[in-house]
Design a protein around this ligand. Structure first.
Ligand SMILES: Cc1cc2nc3c(=O)[nH]c(=O)nc-3n(C[C@H](O)[C@H](O)[C@H](O)COP(=O)(O)OP(=O)(O)OC[C@H]3O[C@@H](n4cnc5c(N)ncnc54)[C@H](O)[C@@H]3O)c2cc1C
Length: 373
């Protein structure tokens, strides 16, 4: 059965990750009527995201500092890395001089923000259909077996890497690699020799990340692509000791006699060929995604939410320049990121014959068309 909600919303936000919930909050605070669609599928894995110290002014502006004081998040003094040399390098001086960054429980932060959303924000389940009309959008969602249809003047795609609007509007993406993350959440080993909450280590066919989630657990991740001869081995945790035997640090965090499922997560870099259009825009990973080596993903998602709010406000006053400025600014940020990323991978020259490192040391752009599903 189809139920039409006669309420007309100013803005529909698809996706309740960090970018979506923040943008919904900002728009509602400005007095707009917002409907926020969220997917309720259970979350069973933490990616133990960290934020650099440079994000602190943005966190202050967006009023997020108070949420980070909660015990589920904790301060983090930067990333220790073995990259380009075996020796462990300490966090760069400039990052420590700016104070500390953060280890964020991302799903916890989204829950905190969702709890504090203004009452005017209407929450509905996952979007299952979208239709563009001359003056508005019609969006469908399901609740208790009924299809609910709502009407909105403006649509924001905040649905993460899979992206909803690119598929619906057939917008292609520029893809720069096919990096995959193989992720496990494991118990911390008592008496860990290295107490660093975030550690990155380059190895011959991949790089590894150790990130402390809380007092009891670490997130371990191996980042690689099909160029690696070990690609299939990453998928079973029982192989991780063998794959990591040449590492100096990463292997120390792999618990003995522990079994767990490895989750494969897309960690590639892409940007959509169009970020805004007539009464729509994209924020966060839906618009552009980052290699986790950069720790840019969450920070840029938050920044995009802030800038998207201004662009949408201008668009409602009939000024479309805001949307064009938003696209231009985000594309420029992405270009800077791509240049830095290539430099970062080129700083590792120990395994010049490794197909994995060769594949990461140059940029290749492919276009992926998003077909309407
Ligand atoms: C292994 C790994 C490690 C990372 N580490 C870091 C790090 O250390 N620091 C950092 O800053 N970033 C990191 N990132 C990136 C960071 O997690 C993302 O950039 C950020 O979470 C993106 O937020 P988002 O709101 O755009 O998307 P998401 O968090 O993906 O949220 C999108 C939401 O939309 C929902 N959705 C999807 N389709 C629909 C639909 N049809 N209807 C309604 N809802 C829908 C999804 O279920 C999801 O809840 C990492 C990423 C990976 C893969």
């Amino acid at each position: 059965m189809r139920v039409k909600m006669t309420v007309k919303f100013d803005c529909a936000v698809i996706g309740m990750g960090v970018s979506g919930v923040l943008l919904a909050k900002e728009l509602a605070t400005q007095g707009f009527k917002v409907v926020l669609f969220h997917d309720d599928k259970p979350i069973n894995m933490s990616l133990a995201e960290s934020l650099p110290a440079t994000v602190n002014p943005l966190l202050e502006r967006l009023g997020l500092m108070k949420y980070l004081q909660h015990e589920i998040h904790f301060p983090c003094s930067g990333t220790f890395s073995s990259w380009g040399a075996a020796q462990l390098q300490h966090p760069r001086l400039e990052s420590t001089m700016q104070g500390h960054g953060w280890k964020v429980d991302k799903h916890g932060l989204v829950r905190q923000l969702a709890y504090d959303l203004p009452d005017s924000v209407v929450k509905l389940h996952k979007v299952i259909s979208i239709e563009r009309q001359p003056s508005h959008w019609l969006l469908g969602s399901k609740s208790n077996g009924q299809v609910i249809e709502v009407c909105a003047r403006f649509v924001v795609d905040a649905s993460g890497r899979q992206g909803y609007l690119p598929r619906a509007l057939n917008i292609s993406r520029h893809c720069f690699d096919k990096l995959m993350a193989f992720v496990v959440n494991v118990p911390r080993i008592s008496g860990e020799k290295l107490s660093h909450p975030v550690l990155v280590e380059a190895q011959q066919n991949h790089w590894g990340l150790v990130s402390k989630m809380n007092q009891n657990q670490n997130m371990l991740a191996i980042f690689s692509n099909q160029a690696s001869p070990d690609f299939e081995l990453y998928k079973s945790f029982e192989n991780w000791h063998e794959i990591s035997q040449d590492s100096l640090y990463f292997k120390q965090f792999i618990p003995q006699e522990y079994s767990t499922k490895v989750r494969m997560v897309n960690a590639s870099s892409h940007i959509c060929s169009q970020l805004t259009g007539d009464n729509w825009l994209m924020v966060g990973d839906a618009a552009m995604s980052f290699d986790p080596l950069s720790s840019h993903g969450m920070t840029t998602s938050m920044y995009m939410a802030e800038k998207a709010c201004h662009a949408i406000m201008q668009s409602f006053t009939g000024n479309r320049a805001g949307l064009a400025d938003y696209s231009e600014q985000m594309t420029s940020i992405y270009n800077t990121y791509l240049n830095e990323l290539v430099q970062r991978y080129n700083a590792e020259q120990r395994w010049q014959g490794s197909p994995f490192w060769q594949s990461k040391q140059q940029l290749k752009m492919t276009n992926e068309c998003m077909l309407v599903s």
